[in-house]
Design a protein around this ligand. Structure first.
Ligand code: AMP
Length: 504
């Protein structure tokens, strides 16, 4: 039978004996094993009554077995729903209530907490899987046949439900189809020139689009292999570079690796590509990486709802501070956020995208879905511009825009100025409630140890470089900026922490 995504995987699969995944601990999984084991998971799910369109939710540690469960879910015609391992019981309760999965797989260590929550939400089957790949889910797979006739699924059928990180309001389930996953992975294989000879360092979590769909699906549709690393560890990554060809990382991977004494043109010599995304890469990191390794990081831009949208070129200039060009088949436009009318080239506005990568809507939220599309274009919520050479630049999330005394202030512009000051590691500019201005521009700065920077010095350095209304009213110092697992600075937490700064 025809299963849109799996048929493509099969069409690109190399010889069954070729490696799909290896682990630093020495486990080697062949493409043949992937086929057999994912069939067993599909069989196990089918035996539990899981059918087309049913959701299979997982909150498990990263493991090879979880990858088999992912493909097994798609083969059974069901919808894969991975959940962040950091979610608490209260959050799990919301997701299970909202998505109503047929099966929930959790870590055995959390079974006693999670099983009653799932039962109360009407989830029929709760299974377990730990980081080593043991648990009742693996046992159910053991008991199933190692071949499976894939369930019919077309391009438009749902393949996954991925919840957005939900920094404002409730997290929403983005409905992604077989066609969304397939088209995006194909565009990336082409753009990044993946081949069966590539070996990808995979150190990302697999509950998020980056580690799950970008990394795993690209590997599958290129017939290449990956080294599956449980947790990011600079020593291990530097050592693995000798055996790998590509790394996909979030910006924090790169800043942490830059502090590693073993990073050099020599240790990175066998690598052909370093890719960054999920959060903005500082131009400074791009430059330092090039100076240290002789490699220009390739930055790309995407999101849960759309998969990847743009990428710097493989062959042309990889421009620091930009996310490159639209991927093949993807259209990007920048419009006036309110009216939706087109803007002159170079002007900052709302980034909107259209293409086979764009999701069909939010799970059971037709109004929210309607509100986030304009004439068939998805309103990303990211503000940015397209420069004279066609490179897309992101200036920040729309909700992070600061409006002070009626003027728009784009945090990125102020952050770039502050980051360039000697002694500054990084900064985040936020708007805080202010009686006179509506919002007061506020800078939160992380300074190098012993840099001797203070508020006065930062303000003095910015004076004359930025229009007066853009100057921070206050400069605060922190040891670190709060970040989520994907490396994104959580400005909502900073806004909460300093909410009363200007209160009289
Ligand atoms: P998520 O849905 O968790 O993948 O988050 C998507 C958001 O991450 C986008 O809407 C952007 O705000 C941000 N993002 C992803 N990649 C980049 C990038 N290369 N530069 C700046 N922001 C990015």
């Amino acid at each position: 039978m025809a299963n849109h995504f799996l048929d493509l995987v099969r069409a690109h699969a190399p010889d069954a004996s070729r490696t799909f995944i290896e682990t630093p601990e020495g486990r080697v999984v062949s493409y043949g094993e992937l086929d057999r084991r994912s069939a067993q998971y599909a069989g196990a799910f089918a035996a539990l009554g899981v059918g087309p369109g049913d959701r299979v939710a997982l909150q498990v540690e990263k493991s090879v077995e979880a990858v088999f469960a992912f493909l097994g879910t798609l083969r059974a015609g069901a919808v894969f729903l991975p959940l962040n391992t950091a979610y608490t019981g209260v959050e799990i309760d919301y997701f299970l209530g909202d998505a109503e999965p047929a099966v929930f797989i959790c870590d055995p260590a959390r079974f006693n907490e999670s099983a009653p929550i799932a039962a109360a939400r009407g989830v029929k089957h709760v299974l377990t899987l730990d980081a080593a790949g043991n648990g009742t889910a693996a046992q159910a797979a053991d008991a199933a046949a190692d071949s499976f006739e894939d369930t019919d699924r077309g391009e438009d059928d749902l393949a996954a439900l991925l919840y957005t990180s939900g920094t404002t309001g409730r997290s929403k389930g983005a409905m992604l189809s077989h066609g969304n996953l397939a088209s995006n992975a194909q565009a990336l294989v082409e753009t990044w020139r993946f081949t069966p000879d590539d070996v990808l360092i995979h150190a990302l979590p697999i509950f998020h689009t980056h580690g799950l769909f970008v990394a795993i699906n690209v590997t599958l549709l290129a017939g290449s292999s990956m080294i599956f690393v449980q947790k990011f560890d600079p020593d291990l990554i530097v050592a693995l570079m000798a055996r790998a060809s590509v790394m996909m990382g979030v910006p924090t991977f790169y800043t942490r690796l830059l502090r590693h004494p073993g990073l050099s043109p020599h240790s990175a010599a066998g690598m052909r590509l370093f890719i960054s995304g999920s959060a903005p890469l500082l131009a400074e990191t791009h430059r330092e990486w090039q100076a240290t390794t002789d490699h220009a990081i390739l930055e790309r831009y995407g999101m849960t709802e759309t998969g990847m949208n743009t990428s710097n070129p493989y062959a042309g200039d990889r421009v620091a501070g930009t996310v490159g060009f639209p991927l093949p088949g993807v259209e990007v436009r920048v419009v006036d956020p309110e009216s939706g009318s087109g803007l002159a080239q170079g002007e900052i506005g709302m980034i909107e995208v259209k293409g086979p990568n764009v999701f069909s809507g939010y799970w059971r939220m037709p109004e929210k879905t309607a509100a986030e599309f304009r004439d068939g274009w998805f309103i990303t919520g990211d503000l940015g511009l397209i420069d004279a050479r066609g490179y897309v630049q992101i200036v920040g999330r729309g909700k992070d825009l600061v409006i002070t005394g009626g003027y728009n202030v784009y945090p990125k512009e102020i952050e770039t100025e502050i980051d360039a000051l000697p002694g500054v590691i990084e900064s985040a500019v936020i708007g805080l409630p202010h009686a006179d201005f509506g919002e007061g521009v506020t800078a939160v700065v992380v300074a190098r140890e012993g840099a001797g920077l203070d508020e006065k010095a930062v303000l003095g350095a910015l004076d004359g470089r930025l229009a007066k209304y853009k100057l921070p009213k206050r400069v605060l110092f922190l040891d670190d900026l709060p970040r989520n697992t994907m490396g994104k600075v959580q400005k909502n937490l900073l806004r909460q922490q300093f909410e009363a700064l200007y209160a009289k």
